[in-house]
Design a protein around this ligand. Structure first.
Ligand SMILES: Nc1ncnc2c1ncn2[C@@H]1O[C@H](COP(=O)(O)OP(=O)(O)OP(=O)(O)O)[C@@H](O)[C@H]1O
Length: 254
């Protein structure tokens, strides 16, 4: 049996006259990577921000980690990690100093170098966040979500703009975080990412959940309808060529 860690029931979000989220219900299980997919404007970020306590909802019931969003938002804040854009980090501080700052904010005592090692950034300990590449910035911002030792982390398009190697490195990191016991909820526009990374997926369209299942379950269901890909798929694709040429699965400096 699965333990539900996030429960969303009949969630609605109106922006003035416009209904961005139209009565959606779903559960996220403890220890899974749960993906929110959907076209631009489907309501993914709005939903995520409501669960993160960063945006008000119009109606519906949400519990996160057993805490009711309306009654115990501060308790929710204590058990979640939210990925911030690195552009929001103090530009004058290096990575170690930024981690120390978060330690102070959260009243934690995480060793900066141990944390940087976990995300392969120990060699950048003295660098400032603006001096990092896109992939390094993403890894650092994910690292900062872990400082508060959260039960759940929220990642909004964590691999957007990254090269194929950096994306794969990040998938490994996110899986490690899940395997260490943290539940992950993320949004993505990449179907390969959702297929590789997510245990279950909700597909949103125009504010509604139109499908919720495992990636395999969704594919099997489509195949069962008689669907066939129009073209024979080659044994490798261009991404395989790129990965092969640029160094396999090794972490490389970005
Ligand atoms: N603050 C706001 N005021 C008014 N409308 C908003 C606001 N924020 C979002 N919206 C609208 O709500 C809808 C859902 O937006 P949201 O950002 O949640 O979509 P999304 O699925 O995350 O899209 P994307 O893939 O482009 O990030 C969009 O039509 C958007 O224009």
């Amino acid at each position: 049996m699965h333990n539900t860690i996030i429960s969303v029931k009949d969630l609605v979000k109106n922006y003035s006259e416009f209904q961005a989220v139209r009565s959606i219900s779903f559960d996220v299980y403890e220890g899974e990577i749960f993906g929110l997919l959907g076209p631009n404007g489907a309501g993914k970020s709005t939903t995520l921000e409501i669960l993160e306590t960063l945006r008000s909802k119009t109606s519906g019931t949400v519990t996160v980690g057993g805490f009711n969003l309306d009654k115990q938002p501060d308790e929710i804040k204590k058990i979640i990690g939210v990925q911030l854009q690195t552009s929001g980090f103090y530009p004058g501080l290096n990575l170690v100093e930024l981690i120390q700052l978060f330690n102070g904010l959260y009243n934690r005592n995480v060793d900066p170098i141990t944390l940087l090692n976990k995300v392969n950034l120990a060699d950048k300990a003295k660098a400032k966040s603006k001096e990092l590449s896109g992939g390094q910035k993403q890894r650092f911002s994910i690292a900062t979500t872990l400082i508060n030792q959260p039960k759940i982390i929220f990642l909004d398009e964590p691999t957007t703009g990254l090269d194929p190697q950096a994306r794969r490195n990040l998938w490994d990191l996110i899986k490690e975080i899940r395997d260490a016991g943290t539940t992950v909820i993320l949004t993505t526009h990449y179907m390969d990412e959702a297929e590789q990374l997510c245990d279950r997926i909700a597909i949103l369209d125009e504010g509604k959940i139109i499908k919720l299942d495992t990636p395999d379950g969704m594919i099997d269901e489509l195949v069962a309808t008689g669907f066939e890909r129009p073209k024979q798929v080659k044994a490798a694709n261009l991404e395989d060529v790129f990965i092969n040429l640029t160094g396999g699965k090794e972490i490389r400096p970005e």
